[in-house]
Design a protein around this ligand. Sequence first.
Ligand code: F6P
Length: 380
Amino acid sequence: MSKTIGILTAGGDSPGLNAAIRGVGKSAIAGFDAHMLGFLDGFKGLIENRMRRLTGEELSGILTVGGTILGTSRDKPHKMSVGNKVMDLTQVVVENYERHHLDCLVCIGGGGTQKNAFRLANAGLNVITLPKTIDNDVWGTDVTFGFDTALGIATEAIDRLHSTAHSHHRIIVVEVMGHNTGWLALGAGIAGGADVILIPEIPYDVNAVAESIRRRSQRGSRFSIVAVSEGAMSIDQAKRFQDASESLAKAKASDDKGSSAAKKQARVELEKVESSRDGNTLRLSEELEELTGLESRVTILGHVQRGGTPSAADRILATQLGTACSKLIHDGQHGIMVALRGDQAVPVPLTEIVGKRKTVPTDHSWIQAARDVGVCLGDV
Ligand code: F6P
């Protein structure tokens, strides 16, 4: 029997989104004559009832295209800005879901999207999610699509920075995206042969970094590449961050009358620590220049890492997860994320993954491999 499927992309864009939309749509149309509706600009389009019909023709020729043909946004149904107010518009989503007689809503996104989709599942909608993000930090899946492409772009950038750093006998500090996790900086740092890799999971001591660069200089390598994750923190910042996070968790768990004031205070402190990280990369470069006597330059890779055509691996992953998603819809499953485990696409209940973030374990084999080839991780 045919089904009507709504689909949207939410959160930051990422290479492979169109490949995933195509994977779900083409296989659902061919498999059970599905009627596909694409909602525009994430959850916002679902609330404002802005969508377009996705026919086989619309889904053709998009596999290699970067970004998302549906547009995206970081809007959350339960916290929508309306004028100068913030409103919970979950009920509007429910009404639009019913208006279009959807059998299922596919939400493609990162950790935030998984949470928003879970809220909609709790409001009674049949929701299935797909994990995408260049950060690779979605819990429950081995890898997210978008990561491999961004890894390739960041690696190529580090390769190119090598020759200029070498020619000028400079330090080049290259900032890599990844939000609060270090997968991208660690992967690109290893693949690009960075001499220092700093990630949020391992707080750094600038003196240890400077010492490793000085030692390289003494051995005759008068240049160094420092790959730093945008979320990396000094030991002091990390301590403050942990204290503030613990206070917030405690305040959230408490039923005390004073807990709402405590929550507010903990959030303010957390925001303060987070904003103290702004400019970390520039400061780090200046400190290294001072401590080593070598000239230092900063390169911030930024959104270049999210743009352009997806890699072959991301096209395959997005197609694999997208087509598995349409089979699960056909089987009547929902309340799940379609994850990659080993070489299989498997359903994972949203209850198991929401609110969790997949950070880099400090005993991960990539970290050990980096140490084994002499990379400084900022801690020793
Ligand atoms: O989550 C993907 C990501 O690119 C992060 O790596 C980065 O911190 C963030 O999005 C940037 O978001 P925006 O595009 O909204 O500035």
